[in-house]
Every structure is written in structure tokens, then in C-alpha cells.
Design a protein around this ligand. Structure first.
Ligand code: NAD
Length: 426
């Protein structure tokens, strides 16, 4: 077992899951975070976010080989520092790299007096050339003249929220981008104990692999939605169709579920950032633009379908079941449910929403709707119901729909077993 000293900058979904997993692999890990609540929660052995298995890892390692702090001092005592801060969309849809720049400055300042070799690893999703043109000069600019002992690498993360700990420990592949072999070797040593192919590439290729992967996943979803919309017009079950399509090993059965579109903190922003990048190079990425357009239309189609079923939404009570962008997470970033709720409100409907995990996060984004403690409470007296997250507990709902004024049930995600639900594209 190689024992590597690791500092992780940013204790969010990626940083915290990576840190807890590196600790489980036997490394000494310091999480450097700016949010005091997150620091306290992590150090008390609990996770500030919901992720299956994360609390167990934190209670096992916090205070032992894992600690969180707001001080960058630990960078100087580590061999590797992983940048895991957010790269949200900027005003033009391109990636906002200000947090990456700020983390790079702080790392550089704390490497000035470090003895021995150190590798700065970018794990945040960043556009190709960011490591080379932003991170390297920013870190070295702060370090000053002593730069021979500092290496740089890019190691994109592919975990799925809801399955993040499992995915980190059982990845399909580990991608490591570096320009020097020994730098890549040191990064690879942090993963020793994980059984996975390791794909060693250049730094820019590693950055691009992440964007291209997310663009492919988003394309599969928008493609399935477009086929689904056609299937609905023809009275064909799109799920039967895509099961048949996915049996082709060149296509695979994953990410072919038609529905209300993709959300979350990654796919929408990463495809938009790739579009902006392509445009800045003089390209016209028409396929990627269509992927986003299909995705933006799906929530609108669901509300159109609702209006066809119940008429003018003014004064109607609509139950929305599911707020997170997918099941098994409390993350509502770019959730289709939030888009739909905003549309319903604008059209004068009263919204009653329920989600098993995501209500606290949803409240920060939409405050003036009624949040309910159960699906039944949301359904009682409602004119219609929209299913927007594929939570397994919704699959068993049936009699609860009798609590509604009338059983108008529309699915944006295919999960129900009752026969009278109508799907957005089935
Ligand atoms: P997040 O917003 O959950 O976490 C980022 C954390 O960084 C926050 O806790 C924030 O307080 C902290 N932070 C910001 N600036 C800081 C600084 N200067 N120093 C220390 N801490 C700082 O974001 P996330 O979802 O973990 O995503 C991080 C990166 O990983 C993004 O680039 C994202 O695109 C990428 N990514 C995310 C996922 C995912 O499923 N969430 C998957 C793969 C890749």
C-alpha cells in the first residue's frame, strides 16, 4: 500500500467523495474548504450532502486520516493537491473559472516554502487548455522562482451523484493527463487498490475526455427524448423501442431513458461550456446546440401536456412529486422539476411539492410553494400530478392518487406502475 499525503481543495460532491475514498484507500487526506458549516460537519464524521455510504466513510476516517480545515497550510505537508472546486456556468454559458484561479493562487502561495516534490492535480471539470494556461502560470507565479519541484496533472472525475462513493471505488476508467511520466505515476499511486483501467494521456486530452463524455451522455438522452416524442405521436412505447436499440453493443442500454430531460450540476453546464469553447474557435457545434435545445423543450412539453389535460392552469392545484434532478440525491441544481415549477407558477398554478430528500435544497431555490411531508399530502385535493424524479417510492403509488380531485397523472420520469398515468413521451 502506497501512503500518499493528499490535500483536496473544495469539499463538495466531488471533493468530499474523493477525500473520503482516498482516506478509505489508506491515504492521509486534508480537505481545504471555505464553508465553515461543511468543515464542522465533516470533522464531526457526518456528510453535509446526501450520498450513499459517505456517512459511513466519514465516521470511520474523520479525526483519524481525514480532516477538514479552512487553512491552506496543509498543502505544504502533502504530496498531491487535488483542485475540486466548482466550475459553474458564466453569464455567456462558458465555464466560470474564478474558483479554480483562486484555489491555484492559494496553493501556489503555500508551496513557496515546501520541501520536496508536489503535484497539483486539476479534478474540476475545466475546458481544454485551462490547466496549461490558467493553473500552471497562476501556481508558479505565486511560488516565484522555485518551480522545479512542482508538477501538474489533470484527472477528471466521472462519478454519478447518488452512486458517487461506489463509482469512485469502482470506476470504468481512471483518466490521468500529464506531460511527464513521473507526475502521472504519482497521481496513479493515489488510486492504488482500485481495480480499473488507467488511461494515461496528455493534459489537454484529459480535459477534453471529460467534456466529450458528458456531451455524449447528454446526446444519448436528447436523442432518446426526440425519438420518444415521435413515438408518442405514433402510439409506440419508446421504452420498448430504446430497449431494443440498447441491446446493440455498439450503443449500450444506458442513458436511453426518455423523459423530462437531463439536469444536475454537470451535463447542462458542461455541454454549454463545450458549445462556447467551440464557438470561440470559430466552430458551429450544431449537434451540441440541438442537444441543449431538445433538453430545454422537454419541461415545456410536459406543461403543455398538462394544459391539454386540465385546461388553463390559473388557480389549479398541481402536485409535483420529485425535486432532485435524479433519485438518490438531494441535489436540485438544474433539476427539470425546478424548471417545471417555475413555469407552473408563472401560469398561475398553486404548487404542492414533495421529495424524500431534496426539500431543504429546493427551498433555497423556490420559496413560495407548499412543501409537503408525503406524496399523499401533496396529492390530496390536487387537480393534477406531475412525476419529476424517478424515486423508487413513487413506483408503488396508486390508491394515493384517489385523494386527488381527479386522477390526472403525468410522468416526466417513467416510474409508476398504475395504468392510468400518461408519460411525457409515452
Ligand atoms: P460543489 O459546488 O458541490 O463543491 C465545490 C466546493 O468547493 C464547495 O464546497 C465550495 O465551498 C468549495 N470552494 C470554492 N472555492 C474554494 C476555494 N477557493 N478554496 C476551497 N474551497 C472552495 O461542486 P461539485 O459538484 O463537487 O463539482 C466540483 C467540480 O467537479 C466541478 O468542476 C464539476 O463540474 C466537477 N464534477 C462534478 C460532478 C458531480 O456529480 N457533482 C461529477 C464530476 C465532475
Amino acid at each position: 500500500m502506497v501512503d500518499v499525503r493528499i490535500s483536496v481543495i473544495g469539499g463538495g460532491y466531488v471533493g468530499l467523495v474523493s477525500s473520503a475514498s482516498f482516506a478509505e484507500l489508506g491515504h492521509n487526506v486534508s480537505i481545504i474548504e471555505i464553508d465553515k458549516y461543511k468543515i464542522e460537519t465533516i470533522n464531526s464524521g457526518r456528510a453535509p450532502i446526501y450520498e450513499k455510504g459517505l456517512d459511513d466513510l466519514l465516521s470511520k476516517h474523520a479525526g483519524r486520516n481525514l480532516k477538514a480545515t479552512d487553512s491552506y497550510d496543509m498543502v505544504a505537508d502533502s504530496d498531491l493537491s487535488f483542485i475540486c472546486v466548482g466550475t459553474p456556468p458564466g453569464p455567456d454559458g462558458g465555464a466560470d473559472l474564478s474558483m479554480v484561479a483562486s484555489a491555484s493562487r492559494s496553493i501556489g502561495r503555500n508551496l513557496r516554502d515546501k520541501e520536496g516534490y508536489h503535484v497539483v492535480v486539476v479534478k474540476s471539470t475545466v475546458p481544454p487548455c485551462t490547466t496549461e494556461k490558467l493553473v500552471v502560470p497562476t501556481v508558479l507565479g505565486e511560488v516565484g522562482c522555485r518551480s522545479d519541484d512542482i508538477g501538474f496533472a489533470m484527472n477528471p472525475e466521472f462519478l454519478r451523484e447518488g452512486m458517487a462513493v461506489y463509482d469512485f471505488m469502482h470506476p470504468d476508467r481512471i483518466v490521468i493527463g500529464s506531460s511527464e511520466e513521473e507526475v502521472g505515476d504519482l497521481v496513479e499511486s493515489a488510486y492504488s487498490g482500485i481495480d480499473s483501467p488507467v488511461h494515461r494521456v496528455g493534459i489537454k486530452a484529459a480535459e477534453m475526455i471529460k467534456y466529450a463524455s458528458n456531451a455524449m451522455l447528454a446526446t444519448k438522452i436528447s436523442f432518446s427524448n426526440e425519438i420518444g416524442n415521435i413515438c408518442k405521436d405514433l402510439g409506440i412505447d419508446v421504452y420498448e423501442v430504446m430497449r431494443g436499440v440498447g441491446l446493440d453493443h455498439r450503443i449500450s442500454p444506458h442513458f436511453l431513458n426518455a423523459g423530462a430531460g437531463f439536469g444536475g450540476s454537470c451535463l447542462p453546464k458542461d455541454v454549454s461550456a463545450l458549445i462556447r469553447l467551440a464557438e470561440s474557435l470559430g466552430e458551429d457545434p450544431i449537434l451540441l446546440k440541438s442537444v441543449i435545445e431538445v433538453n430545454e423543450r422537454q419541461p415545456v412539453r410536459l406543461v403543455d401536456l398538462l394544459e391539454k389535460r386540465v385546461g388553463d392552469l390559473g388557480g389549479k392545484e398541481i402536485a409535483v412529486l420529485g425535486l432532485s434532478f435524479k433519485n438518490d440525491t438531494d441535489d436540485v441544481r438544474d433539476s427539470r422539476a425546478i424548471e417545471v415549477i417555475l413555469d407552473l407558477k408563472e401560469k398561475g398554478a398553486t404548487v404542492k411539492a414533495y421529495d424524500p430528500l431534496a426539500i431543504p435544497n429546493a427551498k433555497r431555490v423556490v420559496s413560495d410553494i407548499r412543501y409537503c411531508r408525503s406524496a399523499a399530502e401533496a396529492l390530496e385535493g390536487s387537480d393534477a400530478c406531475l412525476i419529476l424524479t424517478e424515486w423508487p417510492e413513487f413506483g408503488a403509488l396508486d390508491e394515493e392518487f384517489d385523494l386527488m380531485k381527479s386522477r390526472v397523472i403525468l410522468e416526466g420520469r417513467r416510474i409508476l406502475s398504475c395504468k392510468d398515468a400518461e408519460g411525457i413521451c409515452w
